[in-house]
Design a protein around this ligand. Structure first.
Ligand SMILES: [Fe+2]
Length: 278
């Protein structure tokens, strides 16, 4: 069924975008990819206007991020029209090019679980990361992470999609670790918010999860250049370097893994989850 979705050709486009920009900045070192950012202007609760989007792109550039995946909320409290996304992304990219900012925006969406059932496969393909037709960024339903999220991942797998679970740290509960392990066993990848693992009260717990192999990706989940978390991944990556077993994989977490996702590849993390040390 996936063949009828429009995403495959664009997966190549997104991958070429990522690779071209990585090559362009190669002399500065490998560039990072942010798979979770509300950079499109006046659409959800993200960037207020184009100037704000540009400010977010400047933050990304200063952090060594070349590609930002625009992931507006696909949720009943935000009126985001899928057919408008291409034009919105193009408008931001044209402005970034005009200003000489070395960042490009690619397609995506942060799809709330409640929206999955009423969104058809073609629309999900349009909302996939890099419009690759495979990987979806899924926002868990409110409350503790539970069996329904596992069922959502299973249902999407039956529909031909794989899931990146956005910021599960916002959904603590009694069986949190067990649920994460189950999600991973079902083929999901776990993305935590870079700023929260970099510092703050949640950081020690997130580092424990990372040591258990239950953190695969970082996202900025930035909403504005004027307030809140910036478009920044490097501090989270640097904090992850405290986890001995992840040291060989820091580049995979912020560069190679996201690039493979944008290419629409069936990514398998290079490190396995392990039981917590008691
Ligand atoms: Fe988000």
């Amino acid at each position: 069924m996936r063949g009828r979705r429009a995403g495959r050709g664009d997966a190549r486009g997104a991958a070429q975008l990522a690779e071209a920009w990585s090559w362009r900045r190669g002399w500065l070192g490998p560039s990072l990819i942010d798979l979770h950012c509300h950079i499109l202007p006046a659409l959800d609760d993200g960037a207020i206007d184009l100037e704000d989007s540009v400010g977010m792109a400047r933050q990304a550039e200063s952090d060594g991020i070349d590609v930002v995946c625009a992931t507006p909320h696909i949720r009943s409290d935000h009126d985001v029209r899928v057919d408008q996304l291409e034009g919105r992304v193009s408008a931001v990219n044209e402005e970034l090019e005009r200003l000489g900012i070395g960042v490009r925006v690619t397609r995506g969406g942060e799809i709330a679980e409640e929206a999955v059932g009423r969104t058809d496969d073609d629309q999900l393909g349009e909302l996939s990361l890099g419009r690759n037709g495979l990987w979806l960024l899924i926002e868990p339903r409110p409350g503790p992470l539970g069996d329904p999220t596992v069922e959502t991942v299973e249902q999407l797998a039956e529909r031909g999609f794989r899931c990146v679970i956005a910021h599960p740290e916002r959904h603590p509960g009694e069986r949190f670790r067990e649920q994460l392990e189950t999600l991973v066993a079902r083929g999901a990848l776990i993305q935590v918010t870079a700023a929260l693992i970099a510092e703050g009260p949640a950081a020690p717990f997130l580092l424990e999860l990372a040591a258990e192999g239950l953190v695969h990706l970082l996202g900025s989940d930035a909403h504005s250049s004027r307030a809140g978390r910036p478009v920044r991944l490097s501090e989270g990556r640097d904090r992850l370097s405290e986890v001995e077993r992840l040291k060989p994989y820091l580049g995979w977490i912020v560069i190679d893994g996201p690039a493979a996702i944008l290419r629409g590849e069936p990514v398998i993390p290079p490190f396995a989850s392990v039981p917590p040390v008691s």
